[in-house]
Design a protein around this ligand. Structure first.
Ligand SMILES: [Cu+2]
Length: 213
């Protein structure tokens, strides 16, 4: 860069002898048309591929095998394994687990079964990021975001909040455990047996609730 600048300064300095104005170039219609058209083409092509892939990645099916309400709060996660679209606070069948900054909660998922995550928050914006899923999505107060996955490998994976959400944001961790169908059902039963059933505290307020904002 410096070389080019110095070269221009030395070899294109103003002549002492000739004082006429150098050739003026402006209003070059072909070049102007080109630098309008080329960026338009670039942006259109990028837009097409982004829109196409985004539509595929965020597609949710009509009837996923499982729906889990993921609640982000300052500063941990709650997972509500729901049986229906609308959480029923009196239901005793929808197991839930609530984590804390001291103890990261574990999200259980059955292998080869589709699961839709319904992401909600009642305080600030969080971001649900099960790292190995190569997918993350914002958890926004007042908004219900959704995405769907079908885990295909057993194991325990890490997850974290990917949106700076306050002082303990970095401790907003969780685990994802992909298990067999039977193990999944047993885990949910275990949660219900501990009394962790119904609509998760801090979750979506049920329709018609007086606390609903
Ligand atoms: Cu967060």
């Amino acid at each position: 860069m410096w070389g080019l600048i110095l070269w221009s300064v030395i070899f294109h300095r103003r002549s002492r002898t000739k004082v006429e104005i150098p050739a003026q170039t402006r209003y070059n219609v072909p070049i102007e048309a080109l630098y309008t058209a080329v960026p338009l083409v670039i942006v259109s092509v990028l837009f097409y591929f982004v829109a196409r892939d985004e539509a595929t990645l965020t597609k949710v099916s009509e009837k996923p095998q499982h729906t889990i309400n993921v609640v982000g709060f300052q500063w941990s996660w709650a997972f509500n394994y729901e049986n229906s679209e609308i959480p029923d606070p009196s239901s005793t069948t929808a197991a839930y687990e609530v984590g804390s900054t001291k103890e990261a909660p574990t999200l259980y998922l059955p292998i080869n079964e589709s699961v839709k995550f319904r992401l909600t928050s009642n305080d600030v914006i969080h971001d649900f990021w099960p790292v190995n899923f190569m997918m993350k999505m914002d958890v926004v107060p007042g908004v219900v975001n959704e995405f769907e996955v079908t885990p295909t490998a057993y194991g325990t994976f890490r997850g974290k909040c990917a949106e700076l959400c306050g002082v303990d944001h970095s401790r907003m961790l969780f685990n994802v455990k992909v298990v067999s169908h039977d193990e999944y059902e047993a885990h949910l039963k275990g949660l219900r047996d501990k009394g962790q059933a119904g609509a998760v505290p801090a979750g979506i307020l049920p329709t018609g609730s007086s606390e609903e904002k």
